[in-house]
Design a protein around this ligand. Structure first.
Ligand code: BES
Ligand code: MN
Ligand code: MN
Length: 455
């Protein structure tokens, strides 16, 4: 398939143009202001899928944003690959930190800058183009189905119903997803684990109104002081999380497995340099890679209350808030962890404040086996295009629907992503390397070929 590379190189301009058109539509699922744009994006993808020759291209309506479906069944006796991706993106804020406008895709230093360039429009679109190429060349070796959703960045709550109600439509042999990263462009990897998520918002209320911090300060509980203290108490001196029962179900990764994971190339000095930090920080007894993959975490994602305007205002606020995420590992369950958090957080509230805990979306952690046809096909495909065998790595992020695919459809997912951790997904100046985009388009047809031969 060396001609494949030449073919992609020759058509690169039009592939990039098509992607840029998609990136121009601000499909921010979290912000109601963009509702029409999110729906427009779904329609554009549906049209694109039917224009390249897929059948039954349609929108599956949900209580939220529609799911795009399309298929090409070349022969029911052949294996079927189900491609999953998401067309929604994170909000672009803070806007003033972007060097170029987030929804005006810009090519700079071999990278595509735009919100969604990597997560996940760029990566999802590689699959559309790869299938387009296989169809153009009459080289699609098996059946393919696409399932592209618009609510991944807000927890995929409605996709669950779609999956449960369309088990027959979604029948397949493997799920293929590009929504994760590789180690670097010389060291390919396949993600074999994702963390789960439990996300809560907490509200601490002190006095029934804001007070003068001189007149009342010292005598009445300040909710921001109290909230800070409560959060600080969630870690001990070894940075272990102190919520009773939090670690009860955590899978202990064996020394052999830890040694295998430590084989993946990682340079802590580069890591620190990239982030401009003097030192790393985390749970005692674990490496940086382990802390960000096989261990659970608790992080405050946002905290607010009181006066944050210009200058100084002396005020003892009535309320304080925080958004807290907990990343979970096998075999923790998100409902149980949310419950343990809630119970504990309320129990540590001092007299003089009231505490509310509101749960947000959750997701379950998972590991993907490496001893089946799908994994081996991905391994061979990446080896063919990178010239180096990919290593299995456990990812730190979450894609909640992947565990649900396993539960409801009984299918394993191959997390064959092509992004880099340094692509600034969810951040200002998100970007995706043109190298990675083209490498993905090139690798995917190899996967189809090897999977069809093995499955
Ligand atoms: N694509 C990411 C997840 C990801 C990124 C996994 C890099 C591994 C490596 C996905 O779009 C995402 O951001 N997921 C959210 C979960 C969600 C419920 C909002 C996350 O991990 O925060
Ligand atoms: Mn994503
Ligand atoms: Mn994301």
């Amino acid at each position: 398939m060396t001609e494949l590379k030449t073919y992609i190189e020759k058509n690169k301009k039009s592939y990039l143009n098509d992607l840029f058109d998609l990136l121009r539509i601000p499909s921010v699922s979290a912000d109601p202001k963009y509702k029409a744009d999110v729906i427009k994006t779904a329609n554009v993808i549906k049209e694109k899928l039917s224009s390249i020759g897929l059948d039954n291209s349609k929108l599956i309506e949900t209580n939220g944003f529609p799911v795009v479906y399309a298929e090409k069944i070349i022969d029911p006796s052949k294996p079927t690959v189900l491609v999953y991706g998401h067309y929604d993106v994170q909000p672009a804020d803070p806007l003033d930190l972007w060097d170029t406008p987030p929804f005006e895709p810009t090519l700079k230093n071999g990278k595509i800058y735009a919100r969604g360039a990597c997560d996940d429009k760029g990566q999802m679109f590689m699959h559309v183009l790869a299938v387009q190429i296989m169809l153009e060349q009459n080289a699609l070796p098996c059946n393919v189905k696409f399932l592209i959703e618009g609510e991944e960045e807000v927890g995929s709550d409605n996709l669950e119903d779609v999956v449960k109600a369309n088990k027959n439509l979604l029948k397949a042999d493997v799920i293929l997803i590009s929504d994760t990263s590789i180690i670097d462009n010389e060291n390919p990897s396949i993600t074999v684990g994702l963390r789960g998520l439990s996300y809560v918002e907490v509200e601490v209320t002190g006095p029934n109104k804001d007070l003068h911090s001189g007149v009342y300060g010292g005598a009445v509980a300040n909710p921001i002081n109290v909230l800070s203290k409560m959060i600080a108490s969630l870690f001990d001196e070894n940075n272990h999380i102190t919520i009773p029962g939090f670690y009860d179900d955590v899978e202990e990764v064996s020394p052999e497995q830890r040694a295998a994971l430590a084989e993946a190339p990682f340079n802590e000095d580069d890591y620190k340099k990239e982030l401009n930090i003097e030192g790393v920080y985390g749970e005692k007894g674990y490496s940086t890679t382990e802390r960000a993959s096989i261990r659970p975490t608790l992080d405050v994602n946002g905290i607010w209350g009181g006066y944050i305007g210009e200058g100084a205002k002396t005020v003892l606020p009535s309320k304080a808030f925080a958004k807290i995420s907990m990343r979970l590992v096998p075999n923790q369950g998100s409902d149980k962890i949310t419950e343990l958090f809630t119970k504990h957080f309320k129990s540590i509230a001092p007299e003089g404040v009231k505490v509310k805990v509101n749960p947000h979306h959750g997701g379950e952690p998972l590991v993907v086996p490496t001893d089946f046809a799908g994994y081996r096909a991905a391994e061979k495909a990446m080896e063919a295009t990178f010239g180096k065998k990919p290593v299995p790595v456990r990812g730190g992020g979450s894609i909640p629907i992947v565990a649900l695919f396993k539960k409801e459809l009984g299918l394993n997912s191959i997390l064959m992503g092509f992004g880099l951790d340094s692509d600034d997904i969810h951040s200002p100046n998100e970007h995706y390397g043109v190298f990675n985009f083209l490498k993905g388009i090139e690798t995917i047809p190899h996967f189809y070929k090897y999977f069809s031969e093995q499955a």
